[in-house]
Design a protein around this ligand. Structure first.
Ligand SMILES: *[C@@H]1O[C@H](CO)[C@@H](O)[C@H](O)[C@H]1NC(C)=O
Ligand SMILES: *[C@@H]1O[C@H](CO)[C@@H](O)[C@H](O)[C@H]1NC(C)=O
Length: 491
């Protein structure tokens, strides 16, 4: 009678462990995740205020003492077997002689006996350690991997698997993962259920990070970019591995052949970004930039090389406007609408201090917004949001008034610019002319300098000619005067 009361007490106090009573003994089962603290229950009444306690474990065919306490209070710990085990003393007053094992390992699993002096019930505790492990410490995208849930010692139970809170349709001890992808990254949980009673006995988890391209996770990434804006195409490789090379290409959606990258396409420099961030930037998106982009890289680990890649779809967005007979028609234009289920139009008004207010105008599967011109207020815009079911994919903004005011404002500025440009042209022309003149002078000097002897000869020849002409003239003069004299003499 007293025994069954005791058993009931056990069941109430320890809900999780199973208790099986056989005659003068109580057997319990404890499931503990590897690495955590195991508590092996032993709640008994003893006539002694400070009884001798002994915890033993079945090792091979023997019973080995794991932890012991004398009546005097002296404690003995085992050195080799289950070294982190002990009984916390404060619990003794309530008749709780449970054994605690810190950082439990698989080899700690097995049958334990709790012996308390003066207690007539034989207490056995079966400790089962659950551990989730992977066949490789590190796995790259495309490789194979095995996930195993081991329970030591193995009981007769049912298994259930979860990956990051979603159920996996498998109940085997081991799961073979072929060509691992980022989908397999996350926390793998193995749940152990009682095969008959269907209650949860215990569970264990381990997290897996698949090396490769961490973002985007798969080839279904879509990036929406407004024409004229800048957009980043993400490509983040996992760190810790050698990234041999990486590149970006644009591929034709028709035949998957590489085509030219946009003119404002910039691969991020590895200096500005961490080595594994190979995201690219299109500084000013044009309509022709829409399409498929591929980021690829080669990763190396222990002499094994593996190429990983991601394809990203770029969808360009813009608002087209047309006005006719007092109406403004706006069209939310996307280069690819396969994911879009509906559009939402909102009016954007600017209040004081540049505060923005959005007023929903229309929500429908139509991409067109048709409004009366009289509804168009100064300095307001329209936002087109596009959705895939309930998920917002992106938005485009249309500013009519702001654009027109910007145009007006820019005009006097541009005429000033023209004047400046003309002035600069004239100035440079003047400088050019001066320089040309200087150059001409310089060349002439240089030409003369090249032939100094010739200059002298020319000079000498000229002087000689001059001298001769002069002497001839004098002779003539002399002759003329003499004949005159003669004439005079004859007269
Ligand atoms: C705008 O800013 C001024 C001071 O900076 C403040 O007094 C005023 O309340 C603000 N108005 C709005 C609409 O927030
Ligand atoms: C439009 O999208 C950008 C970025 O996706 C977001 O920051 C912004 O708030 C959105 N604007 C509206 C009006 O929804």
């Amino acid at each position: 009678m007293a025994q069954s009361v005791l058993n009931v007490q056990f069941l109430i106090l320890i809900a999780a462990p199973l208790a099986i009573s056989r005659g003068n003994s109580v057997e319990k089962e404890v499931f503990v995740e590897s690495g955590s603290v195991a508590v092996l229950p032993c709640l008994v009444s003893s006539p002694y205020s400070s009884p001798a306690i002994q915890w033993k474990k079945v090792i091979g065919n023997d019973l080995k003492t794991v932890w012991r306490r004398d009546r005097s209070g002296l404690e003995f710990r085992s050195v080799g077997k289950v070294p982190h085990a002990h009984c916390p003393k404060p619990n003794f007053r309530e008749g709780d002689y449970s054994l605690q094992i810190e950082a439990v390992r698989e080899e700690d699993g097995g049958m334990y006996y709790c012996v308390v002096e003066g207690n007539i019930v034989d207490i056995k505790v079966m400790l089962r350690v659950i551990k989730v492990s992977f066949s490789a410490a590190e796995v790259l995208e495309g490789e194979n991997l095995e996930v195993t849930c081991s329970i030591t010692p193995q009981p007769n139970s049912k298994l259930e698997w979860k990956l990051s809170n979603s159920n996996i349709q498998a109940s085997t001890k081991s799961l073979m993962l072929n060509t691992v992808s980022q989908k397999e990254s996350g926390t793998w949980t193995c749940m152990v259920w009682h095969s008959v009673q269907r209650n949860l006995l215990g569970m264990s988890s381990a997290s897996l990070q698949v090396k490769g391209v961490l973002a985007p996770k798969d080839n279904h990434a879509v990036v929406y970019a407004e024409v004229g804006s800048s957009v980043s195409l993400p490509c983040n490789f996992s760190d810790g591995l050698i990234l041999n090379s990486s590149s970006w290409t644009k591929v034709s959606s028709k035949n998957s052949q590489p085509v030219a990258l946009p003119s404002s396409f910039k691969m991020s420099s590895s200096l500005a970004n961490p080595l594994w961030d190979r995201s690219a930037l299109i500084e000013s998106v044009e309509e022709a930039d829409q399409g498929m982009y591929k980021c690829s890289g080669q990763m190396e680990r222990a002499d094994k090389k593996r190429s990983v890649e991601r394809v990203i779809k770029l969808v360009t967005t813009r608002v087209l406007s047309s006005s006719r007979s007092g109406r403004l028609v706006l069209t939310c234009e996307l280069s690819n609408t396969t994911d879009v289920t509906h559009y939402e139009w909102l009016r954007l008004d600017y209040g004081e201090n540049a505060t923005e207010t959005l007023t929903p105008v229309q929500k429908s599967t139509s991409k067109v917004l048709d409004i009366r011109k009289s509804e168009v207020k100064d300095l307001s815009g329209w936002v087109c949001r596009f959705y895939a079911q309930q998920r917002l994919l992106g938005n485009v903004t249309y500013h009519q008034s702001i654009m027109s005011t910007l145009k007006v404002q820019s005009e006097p500025g541009s005429s000033k610019k023209i004047i400046t440009v003309i002035g600069l042209c004239l100035l440079s022309l003047l400088v050019l002319l001066i320089l040309l003149q200087l150059f001409k002078n310089h060349r002439r000097k240089k030409m003369i300098m090249q032939y100094p002897a010739m200059e002298t000869i020319v000079h000498l020849a000229a002087n000689e000619r001059e001298r001769r002409e002069r002497s001839k003239a004098r002779e003539k003069e002399l002759k003329g005067c003499c004949s005159g004299e003669q004439k005079a003499e004859t007269v």
